[in-house]
Design a protein around this ligand. Structure first.
Ligand code: OGA
Ligand code: MN
Length: 228
């Protein structure tokens, strides 16, 4: 609880203040360096969050597909772990291009500060219908040199505590969550993908988010990764 209060107090500085985008990115980089995660309410520029919120709701059903868990087509197993539907984001729409621009600037700030060598970024919209969840998981496994940093943001105006759907973030070891994040419009969460298990609690209404990952280039003579 203490950590949540500290983070929220910090974030207040960005609300309606003269804090520039680049100093927000510097702050995020500093927090990732210091403790590996951070949460900022109202981090996304309103115009960008609004454009993304409109876009996710305007995408048709067939642009979404059941999310997987990285194992081969074990549909039943997947259903036990996650129930959301996802739709990948690229720069073919104005909102997508604006989002990739914004996350590109964050990438640069983090690389400058942390020398992480973040190389590429991939992200998708996620739609959780009422009752949908994503059980406790890690986004990357140590040594795979793949997803390094996770970014999550929320596109739900007027979310209330009764709506549920919180993101719980756990310490690397331990069963008690250290952070509980309501999926409120414009809130941004960033954390090291290999270190923090997390889960999405069921919500009582439609819940829209974006999940994205920065990757490092782990190419060697045998393998090109990422492949694009
Ligand atoms: C994910 C994820 C969190 C959220 O897609 O891997 O953990 O709050 N999403 O939507
Ligand atoms: Mn995750």
């Amino acid at each position: 609880m203490w950590a949540v209060e500290v983070v929220y107090a910090t974030a207040k500085k960005f609300q309606g203040s003269c804090m520039t985008e680049s100093s927000l990115f510097e702050q995020i980089a500093g927090e990732i360096y210091a403790r590996g995660y951070c949460v900022y309410p109202n981090a996304l520029p309103t115009e960008l969050a609004t454009a993304l919120a409109d876009e996710v709701r305007s995408r048709s059903e067939d642009q979404f597909r059941k999310a997987g868990i990285g194992r081969q087509d074990d549909h039943l197993k997947t259903e036990e772990i996650r129930r959301d539907e996802i739709s990948w984001i690229d720069d073919s729409t104005a909102a997508g291009a604006q989002w990739l621009n914004w996350t590109g600037e964050l990438q640069q700030a983090i690389n400058r500060r942390l020398f992480l060598g973040l190389f590429s970024f991939e992200s998708h919209f996620a739609h959780y219908r009422p009752g949908d969840f994503y059980k406790k998981h890690l986004d990357a496994f140590r040594g795979q040199q793949n997803r390094v940093l996770t970014v999550v943001t929320y596109l739900n105006p007027e979310w209330t505590p009764e709506d549920g759907g919180e993101l719980l973030i756990y310490p690397e070891q331990g069963e008690e969550p250290m952070l509980r994040v309501a999926p409120e419009f414009g809130t941004l969460v960033v954390f090291l993908s290999e270190e923090f298990p997390h889960e999405v609690l069921p919500a009582n209404c439609d819940r829209y988010s974006i999940a994205g990952w920065y990757r490092i280039n782990s190419s060697d003579s045998q393998r090109i990764d990422p492949q694009s």
